[in-house]
Design a protein around this ligand. Structure first.
Ligand SMILES: [Zn+2]
Ligand SMILES: [Zn+2]
Length: 256
């Protein structure tokens, strides 16, 4: 288990000082395009062009599944939620899975993308700061990969994003709470029903007692049909979670 944030970061002051010194000798560059950031940059460490590319124009989204909806939307009105039995309670996303955001998601699957994933996650946090705090999350949990894939890849984008979110909210992240019980095939290219069958009972909870009565934020890179996060939420609720929301970098609707 991951310990509480305060315990996990010894010598935080020293590390901040070291980071400040490093910035002095190696001026910060954009986490996406390597452009020199100059003196004015925020914690996302993105240049203005990349930040703009990842910032969605105001869009109405269903609060439960983050599908784009009409301006006249009212609760229970989302065509996606009506036809998909989604077991999570809400979704926070940076935007639609296309253009720059699609590129971030694709790059996040490769090593060396950690600063970019952290940068995009910070933009997501900026956008959803108030609702995320209002959700009173207790625990941040990434959607895990099957262990052989995790080993091959060497890193896991959702794990990095979950860590950034947990630190920002000042709550615990628990990267190993969920386990993939079997090696499911990638969801890309599967129909909606195939996706649901593919992830059916794919997840287990390692320490169910940690989840009882807790409000959980699940973290993944992209939400397409919602089948993966829904299955993980179903399992978390089965062992006692009181609320499960989802944070994803991108929401795909017919883009994959
Ligand atoms: Zn840039
Ligand atoms: Zn919906």
């Amino acid at each position: 288990m991951t310990l509480l944030p305060a315990i996990r970061r010894p010598f935080a002051g020293l590390r901040r000082f070291a980071a400040g010194m490093a910035d002095l000798f190696f001026p910060p560059i954009c986490s996406s395009c390597d452009e020199d950031l100059g003196p004015n940059y925020d914690d996302s460490r993105l240049c203005e062009t990349c930040r703009d590319g990842l910032t969605e124009v105001p869009t109405f989204r269903c609060p439960k599944c983050a599908a784009r909806v009409a301006i006249t939307f009212q609760d229970g009105d989302c065509p996606w939620c009506r036809t998909h039995d989604l077991r999570f309670d809400g979704t926070f996303t940076l935007g639609t899975y296309h253009d720059a955001l699609r590129e971030v998601v694709l790059r996040s699957k490769y090593g060396g993308s950690e600063p970019l994933v952290a940068a995009a996650t910070k933009l997501l946090l900026h956008r959803w700061e108030e609702p995320l705090r209002a959700a009173q999350i207790d625990l941040v949990v990434p959607i895990p990969m099957y262990w052989t894939r995790r080993l091959r890849r060497g890193h896991c984008g959702p794990e990095i994003a979950a860590q950034v979110i947990a630190r920002h909210l000042g709550v615990a992240d628990y990267p190993r709470l969920l386990k993939r019980q079997r090696n499911t095939q990638p969801q890309v290219g599967l129909s909606i029903n195939q996706r649901r069958d593919n992830v059916h009972r794919a997840f287990g909870v390692r320490r169910p007692s940690r989840v009882v009565g807790k409000r959980v934020l699940l973290v993944d890179d992209v939400l397409t049909t919602g089948a993966t996060c829904s299955e993980a939420a179903r399992e978390l609720k089965r062992v006692g979670a009181s609320f499960v929301a989802v944070a994803v970098l991108a929401r795909a609707q017919g883009e994959t």
